[in-house]
Design a protein around this ligand. Structure first.
Ligand SMILES: NC(=O)C1=CN([C@@H]2O[C@H](COP(=O)(O)OP(=O)(O)OC[C@H]3O[C@@H](n4cnc5c(N)ncnc54)[C@H](O)[C@@H]3O)[C@@H](O)[C@H]2O)C=CC1
Length: 307
């Protein structure tokens, strides 16, 4: 059966990758939505766009009723962890109230809700983690994302939760950086950097995350799925790999502990995901970190495409 998939947060990193992926799938109509102007208007003029602020319950009802999607992939969120710690009311509004709004309408219209969540719902004492590990967030962003998951898990519509870890990628007209670009740009500018080696993550290529969400929608898979890369690395390991890949000076990278930095929000030390459920049920296959960097470099026009 043909699917109509509504994406929230289509100006964000994952939102953009989902729009790019889904517009090329046969039998799929993708409808993009975001707060403010559509950043993809010139890139994908073929894709239908509706403005949608997910914190506005009336707008959520209106848009979902008009679009009448079979699936909704909810990527919109307040994702800056320190900002969430400092501006808790806004964080709750964007990460929890928004999900309450969406669930209420998905239940009435029987829309399959695919909600995107995070490794930061976990304490990080015992990664890598499988789907049945117990959430115990150490910061307010994690608290809000855990509360949102709880709202989704009691929904009476079909639902899925896609949790992910440290996403990297490049997007159009997108102001934020990520570990790969930050290291590359700093080393290129000969700026020394301090990178922690007491955290573990399984960094995720944004395209892989979009593919994981699509596999969930395609197969109408319900429940929780861990979607990430499959290499357990410290940020320091990642920085060394970035330096190697782009041929930059590793001497500029200093290994430090997390307590070197004073940040408003605590970070969970060891997360990272076990992705065997997604491999088995969805056929999910992530790129390696090396392949991810290659794709990113190609997108930035830095290396010749091979093969
Ligand atoms: N980027 C990462 O490293 C990780 C992301 N995640 C989760 O993945 C999902 C997608 O993240 P990204 O695409 O990286 O984030 P992003 O920050 O690039 O995109 C989020 C988008 O949501 C939009 N947004 C915020 N409030 C909104 C509202 N009220 N109405 C409509 N749009 C609104 C923002 O303007 C932004 O364009 C989020 O749920 C995030 O919590 C989870 C783990 C790691």
């Amino acid at each position: 059966m043909a699917k109509r998939i509504l994406i929230t947060g289509s100006n964000g990193l994952l939102g953009q990758k989902l729009v790019a992926l889904l517009r090329t799938q046969p039998e799929i109509e993708v409808v993009a939505s975001s707060r403010g102007a559509n950043k993809l208007a010139t890139l994908y003029p073929d894709v239908r766009f509706v403005p949608l602020d997910v914190t506005d319950a009336a707008q959520v009802t209106q848009v979902l009723s008009d679009v009448n999607p079979s699936h909704l992939i909810h990527t919109a969120a307040m994702t800056n962890v320190d900002e969430c710690e400092l501006n808790r009311a806004a964080c709750w509004q964007q990460n929890v109230t928004a999900v309450e709004n969406l669930v209420a309408v998905c239940e009435v219209l029987a829309v399959h809700l695919i909600h995107v969540s995070t490794d930061f719902v976990f304490s990080g004492n015992a990664g890598p983690l499988a789907e049945d590990a117990l959430p115990a967030p150490v910061n307010y962003y994690g608290e809000s994302k855990m509360a949102a998951e709880q709202v989704v898990q009691v929904a009476t519509c079909p639902w899925s939760i896609v949790r992910t870890v440290l996403v990297y990628g490049v997007a159009h007209d997108y102001g934020r950086t990520n570990i790969v670009l930050w290291v590359r740009d700093s080393l290129r500018a000969h700026t020394p950097i301090k990178v922690v080696d007491d955290q573990l993550r399984t960094p995720t290529l944004a395209e892989d995350l979009a593919q994981g969400c699509w596999l969930v929608a395609q197969q109408n898979a319900t429940g929780i799925f861990h979607i990430s890369g499959d290499e357990l690395l410290t940020p320091y390991d990642m920085a060394l790999r970035v330096a190697d890949f782009f041929g930059l000076d590793k001497q500029l990278i200093t290994k430090v502990n997390s307590d070197t930095f004073t940040q408003p929000a605590r970070r969970p030390p060891r997360t990272g995901f076990i992705i065997s459920k997604a491999r088995r049920i969805l056929g999910y296959q992530p790129h390696s970190f090396e392949e991810g960097m290659r794709l990113l470099a190609q997108q930035l026009g830095e290396i010749q495409q091979t093969g």
